[in-house]
Write a protein that binds this ligand. Structure first.
Ligand SMILES: Cc1ncc(COP(=O)(O)O)c(C=O)c1O
Length: 482
């Protein structure tokens, strides 16, 4: 019989049945991850087209639907939740967070206004406070969980604009390095700036923003009557994991009275480790910091974070009065997230962060991140033993970039060889790597960040690189590769 409106409220037994069915499938899926290909997208177009349909007027059995999603559709994808995913910036997805989402959606409370669910809001406020403590921010710092790093970067830029520029802000200029994530450039456009407002500062041999060039550019802009107001530094670039000299950026920002924002979407949680914290010394001096728990804390996608050292700035930028709203809080202890962020209604993201941190403690995350730093170092040492491999960026965190340099080849020929090498490695499907263009040349990168990636998978990765280099050499007959 086709479902009726009463079926929108299943009986207790039916809910148990439905939940068991979904959890059984998910657990089987997670258990299968190590044996799944690192990527399987062949036939993806046909699959996608086969799913196009009108909205159904009557229902379908849930078993069939869960099977479709978890078994058939998730199978045709980058396996970014699996141990072989070392492409882009890996995610992961802790099971505890999946459960937290289930609980959060199951209770479905309104957490954007303190009065509506004080205890639940406090859990999310705690999470923000833990992050502030981790980075050395003072008690008056505030922040919120966003859907991701892009939205956090946008809100930082918007807040800096509101704090540092007049209503007519079009003379404002923003300083980023050539390696900055494109979400920052897009944030400038979204915040209303013309393209020319973003100054792209050259990097040094470590892919970090050059402080001398930054200072010269600011001075030139001041002379030209522009209004410098914001520096955006990177704590872990997407390309190479480079960490800008945060203390030097903070010195320039102090001297020039500019807002300093740090995009630590990829690198920020390495602050939990001694080595990572050492690399970002001075981070607490930034006016605002973007973090992405769905990267370095291994949470499911949809969890970013913005922290602002002077929490009042977030409130000044976002508060708008509306008569139909419930009473909002004045006490600095009690946070209404809708007053310090762009969203009103939203999901209870805090629970998916709070639950795993409470269950496992920060030590578990610290040791897993330390393992990622070790694995990237290990990969570097192994790569250095492969003849013909040139290291483009040794790991500052957990990314290593490299390429083959066939003797006597032009950059263009070398690019062709390296693109082919990437295809050959990925075709084995035990790992998925991606490439990028660094200083005009194509390089491969290994980014280790999934909590499911351990030495055994890194060994497979290096084995696949070695055999692909050897196969490429015999294919091309180009002895000069190595
Ligand atoms: C350094 C950096 N900043 C910002 C972002 C954007 O974050 P999101 O994809 O969560 O919007 C990314 C994404 O990979 C990133 O690597």
């Amino acid at each position: 019989m086709s479902p009726r409106f009463e079926d929108l409220e299943p009986t207790a037994d039916r809910m148990r049945e439905m939940a068991k069915l979904a959890t059984d499938r998910i657990i089987a899926h997670i258990e299968s991850l190590p044996s799944q290909p690192a990527s399987d997208i062949e036939g993806g177009y046909e699959l996608a087209r086969s799913l196009v349909e009108e909205a159904p007027q009557s229902g379908t059995d849930i078993e069939e639907l869960v099977e479709l999603v978890v078994d058939r559709l998730a199978a045709k994808s980058f396996m970014n939740a699996g141990p072989g995913f070392m492409a882009y910036i890996p995610g992961g997805g802790l099971f505890a967070s999946a459960l937290a989402d289930f609980i959060a959606d199951g209770i479905n409370r309104y957490v954007t206004v303190w009065t509506a669910a004080p205890g639940l809001v406090q859990l999310e406020v705690n999470v923000i406070r833990w992050f502030c403590r981790m980075l050395g921010y003072p008690d008056e710092a505030r922040g919120f969980l966003s859907s991701g790093g892009s939205l956090a970067n946008f809100t930082a830029l918007f807040t800096a604009r509101r704090e540092r520029l007049p209503e007519n802000f079009l003379d404002g200029t923003i300083y980023v390095s050539t390696q900055v994530h494109h979400s920052v450039t897009r944030a400038a456009t979204l915040a209303g700036f013309p393209e020319s407002a973003v100054r792209s500062v050259l990097v040094d041999n470590d892919w970090c923003m050059r402080i001398d060039v930054l200072e010269e550019t600011i001075a030139g802009d001041r002379l030209a009557g522009r209004a410098p107001f914001l520096i955006v530094g990177s704590v872990g670039t997407t390309n190479t994991g480079a960490v800008d000299d945060v203390s030097a950026l903070a010195d320039v920002a102090d001297r020039e009275q500019l807002w300093l924002h740090l995009d630590a979407a990829y690198g920020g949680f390495f602050a939990l480790t001694e080595r990572g914290r050492g690399r970002m010394a001075g981070i607490e001096r930034a006016d605002s910091i973007t973090l992405d728990p769905h990267k370095g804390l291994f949470l499911p996608y949809g969890t970013g974070c913005l922290l602002v050292r002077d929490g009042g700035a977030l409130k000044r930028a976002h508060t708008v009065q509306a008569d139909y709203m419930p009473e909002l809080q004045e006490s600095p202890e009690l946070v209404d997230f809708c007053e310090i962020s762009p969203e009103l209604s939203r999901d209870f993201r805090g629970l998916r962060v709070w639950l795993p941190i409470k269950m496992y403690g920060l030590d578990a995350f610290r040791s897993s991140l330390d393992e990622k730093l070790d694995l990237a170092e290990w990969a570097l040492r192994e790569l250095e033993t492969i003849a013909g491999v040139e290291i483009i960026a040794p790991p500052q965190l957990s990314v290593v970039a490299f390429r083959l340099r066939p003797e006597g080849s032009t950059d263009r020929e070398a690019d062709r060889v390296n693109r082919r090498l990437l295809e050959m490695i990925n075709a084995k499907k035990r790992v998925l790597l991606t490439g990028t263009v660094l200083d005009g040349v194509f390089a491969l990168r290994i980014c280790v960040l999934n909590f499911r990636t351990h030495l055994d998978r890194m060994e497979l990765c290096l084995e696949d690189i070695r055999t692909s280099v050897a196969d490429l050499r015999s294919l091309d007959g180009s002895e000069e590769i190595g």
